[in-house]
Write a protein that binds this ligand. Structure first.
Ligand SMILES: Cc1cc2nc3c(=O)[nH]c(=O)nc-3n(C[C@H](O)[C@H](O)[C@H](O)COP(=O)(O)OP(=O)(O)OC[C@H]3O[C@@H](n4cnc5c(N)ncnc54)[C@H](O)[C@@H]3O)c2cc1C
Length: 503
């Protein structure tokens, strides 16, 4: 079968639907190819608050425009290594995107409330719209509201969304992209177009790429298990399509972000012990590896990269009845994290007996997450750590407590309390990721750069597969804009630029 259109979008998630809808609104015939049997993308239906620098929405609510300050701060933080035109384009694009959305669906835009992205520092920038308004969509994440709207609008504007569509290759003529060959519901379809936008999402589920760039993550994946961030469609197809078309691949700035230690287990008390002053974190060798307070400054996102460095990414939070009693005695005076954290120490029960009672069902479950033992050695045995090694670690830690100086991991003196009163407990800490990003190099119009120099005519990329919004700090993601905002803004920019190119 053969088809023609102006703009072909590969990937029906956050950035692809935005790009497609923008191009359709500019009068272009659009086809979106989505590999899955539904649109919405891997995580867009769960993503939340949107940044909208300089938007009409923001001005109408008299919210300050801090675009310039935000840009300067992000560039400073990343040592000016990020392409500043790209940074400016994408950050300003967030507001333009929201203006577009408001024009398209004013009743939905009016339902958004003023809010802030959960992980943003208040000093980071303006408040933006977030779902949680009063309309029928109030309970949906903002990402879902956007993608549902675009999925409806594209066909209304004469576009097509083809599901169960896997793109095999891009077609090139005279160095320009002129179409693609795809398998749509089992049938081969050749689509001729004026421009292609690659919006295929992350590559966390591509073992080959993960192993090449992040062997440590490869080793840790069995420990991590399934999560919504490990969407099965995140196989990095866009990277292969771009490379085969002559794109300049970004080998250096591919990046991941790891989340951990995550201790949301069946017992609230046991979960919360991870975020008190007194627990210790140990790895699979039975060794401490970080000042336990540091995750409160790094945040659960960034301290995950330290966890990944441990053998198999495996970490346990260990405490005993002495440290539990100390945490209880602190009452509401628990250390407060410097960055927003999903699992902060909450409100402990009033007595040790009540805490024991709360912990009992989780411990009885024997689910491989919560452990209890009468001795340090027995606890080590239960969690699969060398008993002698854990004994030595606890002895060394207790000695540091006695001396008031933690020369191993530099914990503050008033956080030191010995582990010397049975029972001893351990919580297996989860390790997660919010995806794998980058790989294709784009300019500020989202045009794909060519390995031979310049850009590839008619080829654009958006969303998670683009580089530039991060800098590779030895593989650790340094985010200049939250993922959803980048996806929507880059989609808007690519849709605009591709429509212009197609004239
Ligand atoms: C669980 C989860 C929660 C998240 N929460 C947040 C949050 O709170 N805040 C935030 O800012 N960000 C969040 N994100 C990130 C955000 O959702 C992504 O950054 C954003 O969706 C990226 O947009 P995208 O278009 O690049 O990819 P996606 O939206 O994932 O879309 C990619 C699409 O391409 C399709 N595809 C893949 N290969 C092909 C192919 N060969 N042919 C055709 N189609 C293909 C996929 O099936 C998918 O539908 C979250 C992500 C996840 C997974």
């Amino acid at each position: 079968m053969e088809k023609t259109c102006d703009i072909l979008v590969i990937g029906g998630g956050g950035s692809g639907l935005t790009a497609g809808c923008r191009a359709a609104a500019l009068g272009k015939k659009v086809i979106v190819l989505e590999k899955d049997r539904k649109t919405l993308g891997g995580g867009m239906n769960m993503a939340s608050t949107m940044r909208t620098f300089g938007s009409r929405w923001q001005k109408e609510r008299e919210l300050p425009d801090t675009t310039m300050l935000y840009l300067r701060n992000r560039m400073d933080e990343t040592y000016w290594r990020i392409d500043r035109k790209l940074a400016a384009g994408v950050i300003r694009g967030t507001g333009k995107f929201f203006d577009f959305f408001e024009d398209l669906a004013p009743e939905k835009a009016a339902d958004f409330d003023v809010g802030r992205y959960v992980f943003d520092d208040p000093a980071d920038g303006p408040l933006g719209p977030q779902s949680g308004g009063h309309g029928p969509d109030a309970k949906k994440g903002s990402g879902r509201i956007f993608v549902e709207t675009f999925s409806e609008k594209i066909p209304e504007m004469g576009g097509e969304i083809l599901l169960d569509a896997v793109t095999e290759k891009l077609l090139t003529e005279n160095g320009r992209i002129v179409g693609a060959v795809a398998t749509v519901a089992g049938e081969t379809v050749e689509i001729r177009c004026k421009a292609v936008i690659l919006s295929c999402g992350a590559w966390i589920r591509n073992p080959e790429i993960v192993k090449k760039y992040y062997p440590l993550l490869s080793d840790a994946q069995p420990y991590m298990g399934e999560s919504p961030h490990m969407n099965r469609n995140y196989t990095g197809d866009g990277l292969y399509l771009a490379e085969a078309a002559g794109a300049l691949m970004d080998e250096e700035n591919r990046t991941i972000r790891m989340m951990g230690p995550m201790t949301m287990c069946r017992s609230r008390v046991m979960s919360d012990m991870a975020a008190t002053r007194y627990s210790i974190y140990i790895n699979a060798l039975g060794n401490r590896y970080i000042c336990e307070g540091s995750q409160m400054r790094l945040g659960v996102f960034d301290s995950g990269s330290v966890q990944l460095e441990q053998p198999e990414g495996k970490v346990f939070v260990v405490f005993d009845d002495n440290t539990l009693a100390r945490a209880i005695a602190d009452g509401d005076d628990q250390p407060q994290p410097e960055v927003p954290m999903p699992n902060m120490a909450g409100h402990f029960p009033a007595t040790l007996e009540e805490a024991h009672k709360e912990m009992e069902p989780a411990l009885e479950k024997q689910d491989g997450v919560c452990f209890r033992a009468d001795t340090v050695e027995e606890l080590a045995d239960k969690i699969g750590v060398d008993p002698q090694a854990l004994r030595e670690t606890v002895d060394a830690y207790n000695k540091n407590c006695a001396e008031g100086m933690d020369w191993d991991c530099f914990k503050p003196s008033d956080w030191l309390a010995p582990l010397n009163k049975a029972p001893y407990y351990a919580v297996k800490a989860g390790l997660g990721t919010d995806g794998a990003f980058g790989g294709i190099q784009v300019d500020e119009h989202m045009r794909v750069k060519a390995a031979a120099g310049g850009v590839i005519g008619g080829l654009y990329a958006t969303g998670d597969i683009c580089s530039g919004r991060f800098i590779n700090m030895t593989g650790i993601k340094k985010q200049i804009l939250n993922d959803m905002s980048f996806a929507l803004s880059s989609g808007f920019i690519a849709g605009t630029a591709a429509a212009e190119y197609a004239e």
